[in-house]
Design a protein around this ligand. Structure first.
Ligand SMILES: Cc1cc2ncn([C@H]3O[C@H](COP(=O)(O)O)[C@@H](O)[C@H]3O)c2cc1C
Ligand SMILES: O=C(O)c1cccnc1
Length: 340
């Protein structure tokens, strides 16, 4: 599968840098905001960049075979889909603060439902995924189908006006899958990447390290190809999130990555479409070690570090005002040359 990923506009980046240096402030004094302003100018190909008015969060919901490694029961995944639909989740509340919309897509929730809107089920791939310590997460062909589902979700959001995309996740047990994907992508041992997720104790952490080690051993020799990696060690949600990220890049729409799940998916997505990472920013630093490894490998520095470990897109949403502020300095500040 080959993608043509556009290259952000270097001339707009340089023009933004020049303007930033001429703004009414000491050169460089707005620090990271200046870097973000130039990044957004390159993404939009203009100075100042366009306002970010239509921000969309898409929550990829699905169960993971290793859900027993979580501090919470598997049934929470489906129950949370209802919370997203009712507008009461963490990300719903935080998105409301910045005027972002939240959509939830059932990619692989393990439930039987009759009362969930058809639009939520429209991109469903399967129910749950395999327990990666003992079996593949996905059947042959499913990783590609899930990837294409994520791609369609990005297309739907972009075609209806989204100018900034945020991938969210909901899936009990998914931090073990993140650890496995990141370890396999970067050749790291399980013990270095496994984190406490929703809050397992030290015995739970040891079980998680053991399961991720077993998964890595089981999949050894098959992880070079990113779709094989998703099949062996990922999940339908991981593949769908990767597709979402690649399609945003292919259509030159900026993305704010969230926590550990979007970080792990991004690492695999970059292997599918090298260069796509130029369209992604890291919204925040998660407490999960695998996210730190993933972001470092992608060359991304988190905008915020608030100690969040929720997922759902909640951390990325927090970075939206910072990105808007970065644009505003370019759009609205006066010039040093006009000082009287
Ligand atoms: C009520 C609740 C809401 C959540 N929202 C996101 N997560 C987060 O926690 C899960 C990953 O952590 P682990 O691998 O330890 O299960 C994912 O569902 C993730 O989205 C939640 C978890 C819970 C319990
Ligand atoms: O930081 C995250 O993204 C995270 C951490 C723990 C559980 N779920 C998500």
């Amino acid at each position: 599968m080959r993608f043509t990923i556009p290259v952000p506009d270097a001339a707009a980046h340089a023009a933004a840098r020049e303007r930033l240096d001429g703004l009414v402030k000491p050169v460089g004094s707005l620090g990271r905001l200046e870097e973000l302003a130039a990044w957004l100018s390159a993404a939009h190909g203009c100075v100042p960049p366009r306002p970010l008015t239509d921000v969309r969060v898409v929550v990829f919901a699905g169960d993971h075979g290793v859900s027993a490694l979580s501090a919470y029961p598997r049934e929470v995944t489906g129950a949370m889909v209802r919370v997203f639909l009712a507008g009461h989740s963490g990300v719903n509340v935080l998105a409301e603060q910045v005027g972002a919309r939240v959509r939830v897509a059932d990619i692989a929730v393990d439930w039987d439902v009759s009362d969930v809107p058809a639009s939520v089920l429209a991109h469903k791939i399967r129910r749950g995924s395999g327990s990666i310590d003992v079996e593949d997460a996905l059947l042959p062909g499913e990783a590609l189908r899930a990837f294409e589902a994520g791609l369609s979700l990005a297309d739907e959001e972009i075609s209806t006006g989204a100018d900034l995309l945020i991938p969210g996740d909901m899936g009990i047990g998914n931090t073990a899958v993140c650890a496995a994907l990141v370890a396999a992508s970067l050749g790291l041992p399980a013990a270095e990447v496994v984190g406490a997720g929703t809050g397992v104790d030290s015995a739970g952490l040891a079980r998680k390290v053991e399961a991720v080690s077993a998964a890595l051993a089981r999949a050894a020799g098959r992880v070079e190809d990113p779709f094989e990696r998703l099949t062996a060690l990922g999940s339908a949600c991981a593949a769908a999130t990767a597709g979402f990220l690649v399609q945003a890049a292919a259509r030159a729409v900026p993305v704010l990555l969230d926590g550990v799940f979007s970080g792990a998916a991004a690492l695999v997505a970059r292997d599918i479409a090298p260069g796509a990472e130029r369209w992604w920013l890291a919204g925040h630093r998660s407490t999960e070690p695998s996210q730190a490894f993933a972001l470092k490998a992608l060359g991304l520095e988190p905008i915020l570090d608030l100690g969040l470990r929720l997922g759902e897109g909640s951390g990325a949403v927090q970075a939206v005002p910072t990105l808007r502020a970065a644009r505003a300095i370019l759009a609205d500040m006066g010039l040093l040359a006009d000082l009287t």
